[in-house]
Write a protein that binds this ligand. Structure first.
Ligand code: SF4
Length: 352
């Protein structure tokens, strides 16, 4: 996407948010203390359960000083039932730290917020963007899901490299002058519209930009290492040469290498012998008549992120009067370099 398109996505999400957002109490404030409180409560907690706890905490400790001056037991008691008690202990000790080190004023610099105990990159970005509109993009599970689908990103979200890719993309897409609302919007969009199961693609304002939707592969995203199943595929390529000419085919299906050229291909369920190959339908469609001589040339294994391609290349001699379907492009052999091909095809053509 280019700059204008980045902003277009952001404005689609913000427009959607203004119409569809839930009215949640922590959305009606720019007080960093209350935003922090809500973010800590909502970690590992459903919104409906977090709602009641947030209200209880705000009533009991409306300021960071009041929280810092409480007894730890009191804070833990109020937290009771939410689980993951280290969150409550960090909340309490961080409140004391803010009172002692920052005179009770919540820090506003991203790096200072990130240094607070119990606050990671996501929470720091949420606090400084919601409270101060600072240009830091939040990346939580919702954001991973939305971005991985809209951009059909195959990078797994559960490794270091994937996290960097998504963080960088989220920063590029962030509407820097509306960081707070942009961040709220993309997370809410992931919670309500682009949900993990049964996203509402049929009525989605981002569907025209969404590559996963265009490819019919929404359920494939986001990719997780634990989830990735490798698929073996068997490609039989035919190098058909007639005098100075050869044939290519353009891949147009929503599949790997869409838009690239390759030799005429018959895909099979498994590896085939020459005799088996001559009997399959794809082969008979390609060479409907005549005496075809097929010679096995080479085999190559090509590993992609979720697929392993076992490719077998055959050289084919055809009778001069055999017509090859028009969907195959007849080109001059010396011009083959002009066509974009996959790395696999390139390796084969180069080896020749
Ligand atoms: S079209 Fe579907 S997958 Fe794509 S952004 Fe919209 S809801 Fe999510």
């Amino acid at each position: 996407m280019r700059m204008e398109e980045d902003l277009r996505l952001s404005s689609i999400l913000i427009d959607w948010y203004n119409i569809n957002k839930r009215d949640l109490p922590w959305r009606n404030t720019t007080d960093p203390y209350l935003i922090w409180l809500s973010e800590v409560i909502l970690q590992q907690t459903r919104v409906d359960q977090g709602y009641a706890y947030f209200n209880k905490f705000v009533e009991t400790y409306p300021t960071v000083e009041l929280l810092a001056n409480a007894e730890e037991d009191e804070v833990l008691k109020l937290w009771q039932g939410l689980g993951y008690y280290s969150r409550a202990r960090n909340l309490y000790s961080t409140a004391k730290f803010i009172v002692n080190e920052y005179n009770g004023v919540f820090p506003s610099e991203y790096k200072d917020v990130l240094n607070l105990k119990g606050i990671g990159e996501y929470t720091a970005a949420a606090i400084v963007s919601f409270a101060y509109n600072q240009p830091y993009a939040v990346v939580d599970g919702n954001v991973y899901r939305v971005l991985s689908r809209i951009f059909a990103i195959d990078e797994p979200i559960d490794n270091g490299r994937g996290k960097r890719v998504f963080n960088e993309l989220a920063m590029v897409l962030l509407d820097k002058s509306n960081a707070g609302i942009h961040n709220q919007a993309i997370m809410e969009f992931g919670s309500l519209q682009c949900t993990p199961v049964s996203p509402n693609c049929a009525d989605c304002p981002a569907s025209t930009l969404c590559l996963a939707y265009a490819q019919g592969e929404v359920s494939r995203y986001p990719v997780k290492i634990g989830k990735v199943k490798n698929r073996n595929r068997y490609f039989n390529y035919f190098d058909i040469r007639v005098g100075d000419f050869m044939y290519l085919h353009k891949r147009t299906d929503k599949d790997i290498w869409q838009g690239l050229y390759e030799l005429p291909l018959v895909e099979s369920e498994r590896s085939l012998t020459n005799d088996e190959l001559c009997g399959v339908k794809g082969f008979r469609d390609l060479f409907p008549t005549g005496e075809i001589r097929v010679r096995h040339i080479t085999q190559m294994k090509h590993v992609l992120s979720h697929q392993t391609i076992y490719a077998t290349f055959y050289q084919v001699e055809i009778p001069g009067n055999l017509l090859i379907d028009e969907k195959y492009l007849k080109i001059k052999i010396e011009e083959v370099d002009l066509y974009p091909v996959s790395r696999l095809s390139h390796k084969y053509l180069e080896a020749l």
